[in-house]
Design a protein around this ligand. Structure first.
Ligand code: SAH
Length: 234
């Protein structure tokens, strides 16, 4: 799976992508993350944002530089799908890549709510996901119309930018890709996962009080343990 991220703040991703499971998935080439910065398409002294038509506070990200960034991502994808090109010409303006396997996502607090089911489907269905991260008041709405991007929300709150949502999707979709989680962790995934988990010590002392691990988890009785996990399911 390749994630193509359109953002004016690519450095915001640096440390997260290096760590733990996602870091290892990139190293093992299970996933690939590519960045496209609309700022690099601004002419010298040209701004990436403009005042909103109809008034109001906040700035709107200009469409042209986002269009160029998305086209660049599509061209990159087209190169890797040579046989799906119409007439053999890499005309990405017609977005002639195999669109059934490419998803374009735009982030918006009022979009369709992202969940595990969406992550699972995406991991199976797509080879490439383009994610467009907005800032300020968002991106000129014509970008969405041109590329038929789907508006996705990660929750009912407003963030300052689409970088965190892009990381949320990248993380959640990646762990659905075979081989990204270790064998042990993926086995865990198929089992009932509880929101209440415990490790050593069996009795934790804190301010003169004892906090014990629920007895059932020490019982070795798998049936009872599964029942308990079901009750505390995520
Ligand atoms: N004026 C916009 C909010 C812009 S917030 C509106 O009312 O819809 C700036 C950017 O942050 C958005 O373009 C989007 O990319 C991102 N964003 C903020 N909250 C989000 C959420 N809950 N889910 C997904 N993206 C979000």
């Amino acid at each position: 799976m390749r994630f193509h991220i359109i953002t004016i703040f690519p450095e915001a991703f640096d440390s997260y992508l290096k760590e733990s499971i996602i870091g290892r998935a990139i190293e093992a080439k299970k996933i690939k993350v590519l960045f496209y910065n609309p700022l690099s398409y601004c002419k010298p002294k040209e701004r990436v944002d403009g005042r909103p038509y109809g008034g109001g506070p906040g700035m709107v990200l200009r469409p042209e530089v986002f269009i160029k960034s998305i086209e660049k991502a599509l061209a990159k994808i087209a190169k890797s799908f040579p046989r799906s090109l119409e007439g053999g010409q890499p005309d990405h303006r017609k977005t002639s890549v195999n669109l059934r396997k490419v998803k374009i996502i735009n982030f918006s607090p009022s979009g369709k709510k992202f969940d595990t089911a969406y992550a699972k489907t995406s991991a199976k269905k797509y080879t490439d996901i383009i994610m467009i991260s907005g800032r300020y008041e968002g991106i000129d709405a014509r970008v969405n119309k041109i590329f038929k991007a789907e508006d996705i929300s990660i929750g009912d709150y407003v963030l300052t930018g689409g970088e965190l949502p892009a990381m949320v999707l990248l993380d959640s979709i990646s762990r659905q890709i075979p081989g990204v989680l270790g064998t042990y962790e993926s086995l865990e995934e198929e089992r009932i996962s509880s929101s209440e988990v415990y490790t050593r010590p069996e009795i934790l002392k804190y301010k003169n009080k004892n906090y014990k691990v629920p007895k059932v988890l020490l019982s070795g009785n798998h049936k009872l343990i599964e029942e308990w996990k079901n009750k505390t399911k995520e």
